[in-house]
Design a binder for this molecule. Structure first.
Ligand code: BGC
Length: 744
């Protein structure tokens, strides 16, 4: 007992005596951090690790600061505030910290700026369908400009979770199922948010989330258990996180789920061994919302205090709205259970980020009401949103070249529950987006067609309606029109967090409305709005044309009209497989072959008795208003050494009568090795525009890195043997060449 008291005394002394820890030169970041920390009390240090939600902390009135929150900030008990939006409000809150608190340490303000702030871009699954990381970088830049002007320093984005299960609502927030494309998108978003330097008033600090394998939830049910091998973790789920770290991401958020019995909020293997030691991450880790105390219901921690101890020890630096760090860190250190050095290291990570953001020089990061007014919804931002939305649209079917429609039709019926919806079009996690800013599809079509074209609008039913009683208006409109555009799908709240579905068809009676309209035998275009791949075999069978619009954002209606009426050619490609039925899920292109690969007609092969094993639309699929033929796949050599690169070329012929932009995709397969490998893996792609009747030669230069795979010992190496190199316009229709890789 006496030893324990002595230890506590020593710890107390250490916590208040100003010691400069590092030998870093004066003025350097580390020196500034250490000098500051030497002056901080234990309570103040613990305070840096506490993040509170402004809405919960000031519940009565979202614009007035609750006296209790003000007091906690003045006492230095809070390091970060989330969900306080607007330059005026954040400036007022910040003033309590930098004028009213003893150490004057600025707060860092966080918000989910996922796909835009006021200028809302398509949901990330839509953005990924552009296959254009540069463009997505620009979109993230715009999001940063607007949010930073409104007082936000830190976005909880990009969400880089690989998702192979469309039942999981959060598939909408990521780039889909592929680790390579997901990595490129992750890096692009980090660069876009963070800009050249975090200290710029135009930059947001990014946060790669949710670390890790959150998308592997069993049954696609949000927050559910994940049980995957270290191999699957590294091959499938980790690459986008590593790419984000390489791109300099400032923070990482741990996920809610467990992996193999260990909740990610206490997973030292992930947070210390992989993230910090292997990848050299030097930012800070924030928990997901309440994820620390939730380790109690997980059955992992016996109490919130135990949860706080386990999380900090594992490497979670900041507690998002969990209350566990605020309540327990100080006593955990005072009691000697938690070494003060563990706490210090977390505080150091947080303070370094605040210095990097320049908050000690300008705690307001340049935010002002005037800047905010000028930044939000600037015409150039809206123009970019329209371009991104246009490029994210995927043409799934176009029988007989029904699309594009003529602008001078005598009449068009625009029907369906989402046709005039300015709310859902923004999608889940729509930042500071407002439905009043959005252009619904009906409005986009109105603006597009000739003045003489009559538009007949009727909703027909609601998204989730179970009654067909309002069909008659929509049927009457369709019956009297030259062409019908039917906008159906999901409400935005049907995807995103806590929005898993156990079915994947159109909700409610929408498919019945489709059948009824179909019976009118009109030129019918189905526009889909949804946050996940849907199982819609009947639509594919019967609808003349289908355009996947995702939730296309604030300029969605204009972008859809651009494509429907031919001002823009569709060029998007899906980045998550569409199944025929929910029973096939999880269904993804980079699966293993098994010992008995599918032959649909042969019993003892890997297949279903009552339906196909193949997808409705494969990964990488999307049509154009023209058509392409792939010819003459050539390898620079058919045999290479494992340390050598490889040139691959293919001819892309535009066989149609319009120009078009194709996304040429290159996949490889390692045919045998010390472990099994997927039947194909995306390794490169290029977007190429080809004029009608012309042929473009498309070249790729593969590096040894492209052929490297995790071997039995989990080393990333090229294993000598036979490979296939495949090139085409989607993951199914491919030209194939064989390559032999030899040892040195
Ligand atoms: C989500 C995170 C989000 C956080 C803050 C959580 O419920 O899982 O993705 O960043 O809330 O809003």
């Amino acid at each position: 007992m006496r030893t324990c008291m002595r230890l506590i005394q020593v710890l107390l002394v250490v916590s208040i005596v100003p010691v400069a820890r590092s030998g870093d030169p004066p003025g350097s970041l580390n020196h500034r951090v250490d000098s500051l920390m030497a002056l901080m009390t234990l309570e103040e240090k613990a305070g840096q690790l506490v993040q509170v939600d402004f809405r919960s902390a000031s519940p009565a009135d979202p614009v007035t600061l609750h006296p209790d929150l003000e007091r906690r900030i003045r006492e230095g008990r809070i390091g970060s505030v989330m969900n306080a939006v607007g330059a005026d409000l954040t400036r007022r809150i910040q003033a309590f910290a930098v004028q009213g608190s003893r150490r004057k340490i600025p707060l860092v303000f966080g918000l989910d700026v996922i796909h835009g702030f006021r200028t809302v871009f398509p949901i990330p699954l839509g953005e990924a369908s552009t296959w254009d990381p540069e463009l997505i970088m620009k979109a993230s830049r715009v999001a940063a400009l607007e949010a930073a002007a409104a007082g936000i320093h830190w976005t909880f984005a990009p969400m880089v979770d690989i998702a192979r299960d469309p039942r999981w609502g959060r598939i909408a927030e990521g780039a889909g199922e592929d680790p390579y494309l997901g990595s490129l998108m992750a890096a692009a978003r980090v660069r876009g948010f963070q800009g050249d330097t975090l200290a710029s008033p135009n930059s947001l600090m990014a946060c790669a989330k949710h670390f890790a394998a959150y998308g592997g939830a069993e049954g696609g049910r949000d927050y559910n258990t994940v049980d995957i091998s270290e191999r699957t973790l590294r091959e499938t789920y980790l690459p986008p996180f590593e790419a984000a770290v390489k791109a300099g991401v400032g923070t990482v958020m741990c996920s809610f789920n467990e992996i193999g019995g260990i909740p990610c909020a206490a997973n030292e293997h992930l947070l210390r061994e992989i993230l910090r030691q292997e990848w050299g991450f030097d930012g800070f880790v924030v928990s997901d919302w309440d994820a620390i105390p939730e380790m109690q219901p997980h059955g992992f921690a016996g109490s919130p205090e135990e949860a706080a101890y386990l999380a900090l020890r594992a490497g979670v630096d900041m507690d998002m709205e969990g209350g566990a760090y605020e309540a327990h860190l100080v006593s955990l250190v005072r009691s000697g259970r938690l070494p003060e050095e563990t706490l210090d290291s977390a505080v150091r990570h947080v303070l370094r980020a605040k210095f990097a953001l320049g908050l000690f020089d300008d705690p307001y990061h340049g935010a002002s009401a005037d800047r905010e007014r000028r930044a939000i919804l600037a015409p150039s931002h809206r123009a970019l949103a329209r371009e991104v939305a246009g490029k994210s649209l995927v043409l799934l079917k176009n029988a007989g070249g029904l699309l594009p429609l003529r602008k001078d039709l005598q009449s068009v019926a625009v029907i369906g529950p989402l046709a005039d919806d300015g709310e859902s079009i923004l999608g889940p996690w729509s930042g500071a987006g407002r439905s009043a800013d959005a252009v619904p599809v009906l409005e986009g079509i109105r603006r597009k067609v000739a003045a003489s074209t009559k538009i007949l609008y009727a909703r027909g039913c609601g998204v989730a309606d179970t009654s067909t009683s309002s069909f008659s208006g929509a049927l009457a409109a369709a019956a009297g029109a030259d062409a019908v555009v039917m906008v159906v799908g999901e409400e935005s709240g049907m995807s995103g967090e806590a929005a898993s579905r156990s079915t994947l068809g159109l909700p409610g009676v929408q498919e019945q409305l489709f059948e009824a309209v179909l019976r009118l035998h009109k030129p019918l275009v189905v526009v889909l709005m949804n946050g996940r791949p849907l199982a819609i075999p009947r639509l594919q069978e019967a609808a003349p044309a289908i355009l996947e619009a995702w939730f296309p954002g604030v300029e969605g209606g204009d972008a859809v009209a651009d494509v429907l009426f031919g001002d823009r050619d569709p060029s998007g490609k899906i980045t998550a497989t569409f199944p025929f039925s929910v029973g096939q899920v999880p269904l993804y292109y980079n699966h293993k072959n098994t010992g008995r690969p599918t032959i649909d007609t042969v019993k003892y092969t890997s297949r279903y008795l009552d339906g196909p094993t193949s997808p409705l639309y494969p990964f990488g699929y999307g049509l154009h208003y023209t058509s392409f033929a792939y010819q003459s796949l050539k390898l620079g050599a058919t045999r290479i050494r494992k340390s050598e690169g490889l040139r691959v070329s293919v001819d892309l012929h535009n066989t149609g009568s319009r120009a078009g932009e194709e996304t040429v995709q290159l996949y490889i397969r390692d045919l045998s090795g010390s472990v099994t490998h997927p039947v194909k893996e995306l390794k490169a792609f290029r977007k190429v525009r080809v004029e009608p009747g012309r042929t473009e030669n498309v070249q790729f230069q593969l590096t040894p890195e492209s052929l490297a795979l995790y071997d039995r010992g989990m080393r990333k190496v090229v294993e000598p043997g036979l490979f296939e190199v495949m090139v085409g316009g989607n993951s199914k229709d491919l030209l194939t060449a064989t390559l032999e890789v030899t040892a040195e």
